[in-house]
Design a protein around this ligand. Structure first.
Ligand SMILES: [Zn+2]
Length: 307
C-alpha cells in the first residue's frame, strides 16, 4: 500500500450530521482514508466569505468540528500540529489530519487572529478564495491585483507563526509579491500546471519553478476543469510531469480538492486515489518518484516545516 498525503479537502462541509468517521456522501472519511493508505489529509476550514456575516466565527467553528471529529476517532486518526505528531502518526499507522484555512480574509484585518489560528493548530492558510479581499486580488477576479499593504503584513504574520503560506487561488500578481517577500518555503496546495490546462487556477511554468526552487510543494487537483482534456488519470499525470520538469520531481504532491469539486469519474472518492500510483508509473515515473508524489514529498516537506 502506498502512503498518501493530501494537501487539500473541503470535507468539513459534508460531515456536520454524520461526523468524519464514516460519511458515505463525502469523497473522504476516516475509515475509507485508512483503508486507502492515507498517512495525512489536510482538511480545510473553507469559508465562503460572500455567504456569511461572521467569517471568523464560522472559521473557528469549522476548525472545532475537524478537531473534535479527529479526537473522537483517536483509534484511527490523529491531529498533526507538530513534528512529534507527524512522527507518531506514521509510527502508529493512523490517518493524520492537518488543520488549514481556505480564505485569508476570515481574519477581517485583525492581524492578531493569525496567531490565534496558529494556536488553534492551523498549519496552512490561503490568502484568498474566489473573492478579492483586503489581503489580495484572487485568480478568479482581479488577477493583476497583488498583495495590499495589509497582505504583506499577513504574509509576515504567517511566517512568524510558522503557518505555511498557500498560494492556491491567489492572483498572479499576488503570487509574485509572495515570491518577492517570502522568506520560508510556500506551497500551492491544490493547483495544476497552466501549460497543460490553461486555467487561471493553475500555475505557470515560471511559478512552478519558483515554488520548487524555494523548497515548496504543489498538490495536484483532481477537479476536471483544472485537469483539462478528459479529466482522467493520464491527463493528471501530464500535470505531474510538467510540475516535475519545471520544479523538480520532489515538488509534486497531491491536493485533490475532494469534497470541494464535482465528482471526477476517474477518482470518484479517496478509495480510488491509490490507482494514481499505477497511472504515474505507467506514465514513466519510477517507483520511488511515484511514492514521492503520492506522499513522500509532502512528508519530507512537513518534516522540515513543522516544529
Ligand atoms: Zn480551493
Amino acid at each position: 500500500m502506498h502512503r498518501i498525503f493530501d494537501l487539500h479537502s473541503d470535507t468539513v462541509h459534508k460531515i456536520a450530521e454524520t461526523g468524519l468517521r464514516s460519511c458515505p456522501d463525502a469523497h473522504v472519511d476516516l475509515v475509507r482514508m485508512k483503508e486507502a493508505g492515507y498517512g495525512m489529509a489536510a482538511l480545510a476550514a473553507f469559508v465562503d466569505a460572500g455567504r456569511t456575516d461572521d467569517p471568523y466565527g464560522d472559521c473557528l467553528s469549522y476548525l472545532d468540528r475537524i478537531r473534535t471529529e479527529t479526537e473522537k476517532n483517536g483509534d484511527i486518526a490523529r491531529l498533526i500540529t507538530s513534528l512529534e505528531d507527524l512522527t507518531a502518526t506514521a509510527r502508529d499507522g493512523k490517518v493524520g489530519i492537518m488543520l488549514t484555512v481556505e480564505e485569508g480574509g476570515v481574519i477581517e484585518e485583525d492581524i492578531g487572529r493569525v496567531r490565534e489560528l496558529a494556536d488553534r493548530g492551523v498549519r496552512i492558510m490561503t490568502f484568498t478564495w474566489n473573492y478579492d479581499n483586503d489581503i489580495s486580488g484572487c485568480s478568479h477576479v482581479s488577477n493583476d491585483r497583488g498583495l495590499s499593504e495589509f497582505g504583506c503584513e499577513f504574509l509576515g504574520a504567517l511566517e512568524e507563526t510558522h503557518i505555511i503560506a498557500d498560494v492556491s487561488h491567489l492572483s498572479d500578481a499576488g503570487f509574485y509579491d509572495v515570491a518577492k517577500l517570502a522568506k520560508r518555503p510556500f506551497i500551492a496546495s491544490h493547483s495544476n500546471a497552466r501549460a497543460v490546462c490553461a486555467h487561471g487556477r493553475n500555475l505557470t511554468d515560471d511559478m512552478i519553478r519558483i515554488i520548487g526552487s524555494r523548497g515548496g510543494i504543489i498538490g495536484l487537483n483532481y477537479c476536471a476543469y483544472f485537469v483539462g482534456g478528459d479529466g482522467g488519470l493520464s491527463m493528471l499525470c501530464r500535470h505531474a510531469r510538467e510540475i516535475a520538469d519545471c520544479g523538480g520531481v520532489g515538488t509534486v504532491a497531491l491536493g485533490g480538492d475532494l469534497d470541494g469539486i464535482p465528482t471526477n469519474p476517474a477518482i470518484k472518492d479517496c478509495t480510488e486515489v491509490p490507482a494514481l500510483w499505477d497511472a504515474l508509473h505507467k506514465f514513466g515515473f519510477t517507483p520511488s518518484e511515484c511514492d514521492g508524489i503520492m506522499g513522500g514529498n509532502a512528508e519530507r516537506f512537513f518534516s522540515e516545516m513543522l516544529d
